[in-house]
Design a protein around this ligand. Structure first.
Ligand SMILES: [Zn+2]
Length: 224
């Protein structure tokens, strides 16, 4: 038997086993395949356009639109099943953070609010409350390491150049408390129907960590 034929048969057997044996194996195998795809694309700088300074905005848009065209055609053929999210995430808009990696789940079965510095202005507060009304049971409110918005707030020149942004960063805790004191949010938390976690994202690997873990990690890197 040819090697490729044996390989094909083995692939079919493994695929059949994955499909029939265990949802957990299917879930993990799906994640592995997504990461395989990411690995195939990740260092293709010719396609990310980021380092080609001579390229025009129109050319960047054409590449972006072309990729969207291809991607949406795939989704036409393989439509996603729709589930009702039980988790909502508040995450900074930083491009390095991947919410699929945060959730360990490629299906996007969660609401995501992304803002500069993951600050909850009134509109975002209302969106999250709406998500809770729609059945969300866990809110994951994050900040992250190496945040450009937070850095801007500590830089005198950037403070004067981006006053609205730094004002929002300065008022982060005020906004957070506003949200936590909203009647529906308080009621759900008190009844044990809603869990709110405040965590940091390690920007290097999308690991969710506590403030204590972050302080410990920073301490290891730069001892005082
Ligand atoms: Zn950020």
């Amino acid at each position: 038997m040819h090697a490729w034929k044996r390989l094909s048969i083995a692939t079919v057997i493994v695929a059949a086993a994955v499909v029939t044996i265990s949802p957990r194996i299917r879930f993990s195998a799906g994640g592995a395949l997504v990461n395989l795809g990411m690995g195939l694309q990740d260092d293709l700088h010719a396609f990310d356009l980021a380092h080609e300074h001579s390229i025009t905005p129109q050319q960047v848009w054409q590449e972006f639109a072309h990729n969207n065209e291809l991607s949406s055609r795939v989704r036409d053929v393989l439509p996603r099943s729709v589930e009702h999210p039980l988790v909502a995430l508040a995450v900074c808009m930083d491009a390095r953070i991947d919410t699929s990696e945060l959730a360990g789940d490629t299906r996007r079965y969660y609401y995501v609010v992304r803002t500069a510095g993951s600050i909850l202005e009134p509109a975002e507060q209302e969106m999250l409350e709406l998500a809770v009304r729609n059945g969300v049971k866990v809110l994951v409110l994050t900040r992250h390491t190496d945040c450009a918005a937070e850095k801007a707030a500590t830089h005198p020149e950037l403070r004067s150049r981006f006053p609205a942004l730094v004002n929002a960063v300065d008022r982060r805790d005020v906004r957070l408390n506003e949200f936590l004191q909203r009647p529906l949010i308080r009621e759900k938390v008190e009844k044990g129907e809603l869990l709110i976690k405040q965590l940091f994202v390690d920007t290097t690997n999308d690991h969710l960590i506590t403030a204590a873990q972050l302080n410990e990690a920073v301490g290891k890197i730069t001892p005082h």
